[in-house]
Write a protein that binds this ligand. Structure first.
Ligand code: DQQ
Length: 561
């Protein structure tokens, strides 16, 4: 790489997360790791709960999406993968390529443990496109049995190979090692670099910053940070090196302690080399989340082909480790989302990439159907276990909204949802969809809204409740009442919902992507053609389906992982 004569420096906050650990190097606890099982071969590849249109390999464990990028007409997705089994371990960077982010082709693993600086694992990292259109990967190498972490880089062996199949690890690795002030077992996941004032001129020699870009005391180890600009006007995405103009910055961290992803929107002070969250932002685990369900270790990238920022997130299984071993696979990548700043500037909006719509098949449409209290309406004519559903609900008045009890925790939507489930009658709501439902409702995963009246405003709760999703009575399964609040203007008395249903995953977007919730569920009756989909209302206020469009979803053509 001819990098020596860059006039600007590469900035790269690998030091961001090293001061903040309390996990003592015990990583991946919630990946259900049983070390003695790391190379167990699948007994049987169970297909029932495999997804139809989500990204998942044919077998084995996957976790974090790594280094997504667009290069010369091809999208690349790397991901954490265990080639030897359906539990976390033996981690390599698997690699798939695509022309449309939907149809994927597997190529050889890009990075596998092979050198002293990564012989115990090749953990998460990112891609940066250097000037001259040269991609480089930065990743965390594990160098010993204690999980000591260093930062390495890899470059394509042949830039004229359109798929960039082979990646070389230059001999000057590792590029960054922890000093004595850093917990070297919580020093990982370098994010995409940007051009700035200091740190590295050539991407090879790095100078440690005097202070972290940002810290929040008491929040534990920050995994997979992502730092990028968003445009204050319009919906175009921005290259990570855009620092000025009508720009705000987003800092996202994956908190190991809770396994959720939190973000703030703020300002990047390039002189002070600090990120400052906006003054109304809640920084820490009461703050905004990308997704209030099963969504972790996400990574975004700038897509110059469509001038957008695209976000990839990983959803772990919610069943027991032994189920994963029996299935022979674990983990999916969620549908990539475009990510833009909400016009209010107070939050982000996420929406499935438009290319997903190319998979839409048979369609049904409903208009102006009313749902009285206790009514349920079946949506028929499509493959509801593998579907895309968009609905706009409206209601005549908010007068019947239940009062929001001041003793309830305003930051604990999940607790409220577990108390006020889809069958607990309300005033305005609960109303929404019953997904992956069995005929007699022995099983269902409701995704719904419930509106409360606070002193001078309304509070909208959105839930994706897995508690009744499966009759399987196994220990070790996780069936939470995931929930978030939706900061939406109800002046038009409408609320929209989109749910992507795919056998064992329900990804939902409330109010055009203001609040997103993903659930993993394992129905036993509501599978394939025995699954049903309903719209429902259990509130005293009548609700109208203004418009509902639902599509059967096809399988992508190329999915040979
Ligand atoms: N997964 C990777 C780590 C990262 C964690 C290891 C997040 O680099 O911190 O597989 O899920």
């Amino acid at each position: 790489m001819e990098l020596a004569n860059y006039k600007v420096y590469w900035v790269f906050p690998v030091f961001l997360f090293c001061f903040l650990t309390f996990n003592n190097g015990v990583v991946e606890a919630s990946h259900k790791v049983y070390l003695n099982l790391q190379s167990v071969s699948p007994v049987n590849v169970n297909q029932v709960h495999r997804t139809g249109y989500h990204f998942q390999p044919t077998k084995n464990w996957i976790n974090d999406p790594n280094g997504p990028m667009y290069y010369n007409g091809i999208y690349h997705l790397f991901y954490q993968y265990n080639p030897k089994g359906a539990v976390w371990g033996n981690i390599v960077w698997a690699h798939s390529v695509s022309k449309d982010l939907i149809n994927w082709e597997k190529v050889e693993h890009a990075i596998i443990p092979s050198k002293p600086f990564d012989q115990y694992g090749c953990w998460s990292g990112s891609a940066t496109i250097l000037p001259g259109n040269k991609p480089v990967i930065m990743y965390t190498g594990i160098i010993d049995k204690n999980n000591t972490q260093v930062q390495n880089y890899a470059v394509p062996a042949n830039l004229s190979d359109p798929y960039l199949r082979v990646w070389n690890k230059p001999d000057n690795n590792p590029l960054v090692v922890a000093d004595e002030s850093i917990n070297m077992t919580a020093f990982r996941d370098p994010t995409t670099a940007w051009l700035g004032r200091r740190r590295s001129r050539d991407f090879k020699n790095w100078v440690k910053a005097k202070h972290p870009l940002h810290t929040v005391a008491g929040t534990g180890n920050w995994e997979c940070p992502d730092f990028f600009p968003v445009s204050v006007r319009g919906t175009n995405g921005l290259d990570t090196s855009v620092l000025r103009g009508n720009v705000k910055h987003v800092l996202k961290v994956s908190l190991d302690a809770t396994r959720y992803e939190y973000y703030t929107i703020g300002t990047y002070d390039t002189k002070k080399d600090r990120y400052i969250p906006g003054k109304d932002m809640v920084d820490g685990w009461k703050g905004l989340r990308y997704d209030y369900g099963n969504f972790y270790a996400s990574k975004s990238f700038f897509d110059p082909a469509k001038n957008r920022r695209v976000l990839w997130g990983w959803a772990n299984e919610s069943d027991a480790v032994m189920d994963d071993i029996e299935k022979g696979w674990a983990g999916i990548q969620l549908i990539p989302r475009t990510i833009v700043l909400d016009p209010s500037g107070k939050q982000l909006l996420q929406w499935p990439i438009e290319e997903l719509e190319t998979l839409r098949g048979n369609r049904v449409e409903l208009r102006n159907n009313t749902l009285e209290k206790g009514e349920r309406l079946e949506i028929k004519g499509i493959t509801v276990a593998q579907a895309d559903v968009e609905v706009i609900f409206s209601f005549g008045s908010l007068d019947k909204a239940e009062p929001f009890d001041p003793s309830w925790d305003r930051y604990d939507a999940q607790k409220l949802c577990s108390q006020k489930g889809s069958t607990v009658q309300g005033g305005v709501g609960p109303f929404g969809l019953l997904t992956l439902a069995s005929e007699n409702l022995e099983e269902y995963t409701p995704v719904f809204f419930r509106i409360f009246k606070d002193q001078d405003k309304h509070i909208v709760l959105m839930c994706s409740d897995a508690t009744r999703s499966s009759l399987a009575d196994k220990s070790g399964t996780y069936r939470p009442s995931f929930a978030g609040f939706v900061d939406v203007d109800l002046a038009d008395k409408k609320l929209s919902l989109r749910s992507l249903i795919d056998h064992s995953v329900v990804e939902s977007f409330g109010a055009r992507g203001k609040t997103c919730i993903t659930s993993r569920v394992y129905p036993t009756l509501a599978i394939y053609e025995n699954a049903h989909l309903y719209a429902f209302n259990n509130g005293t206020e009548t609700v109208k389906i203004e418009c509902l469009k639902a599509w059967s979803m096809e399988r992508p053509g190329l999915m040979n992982h």
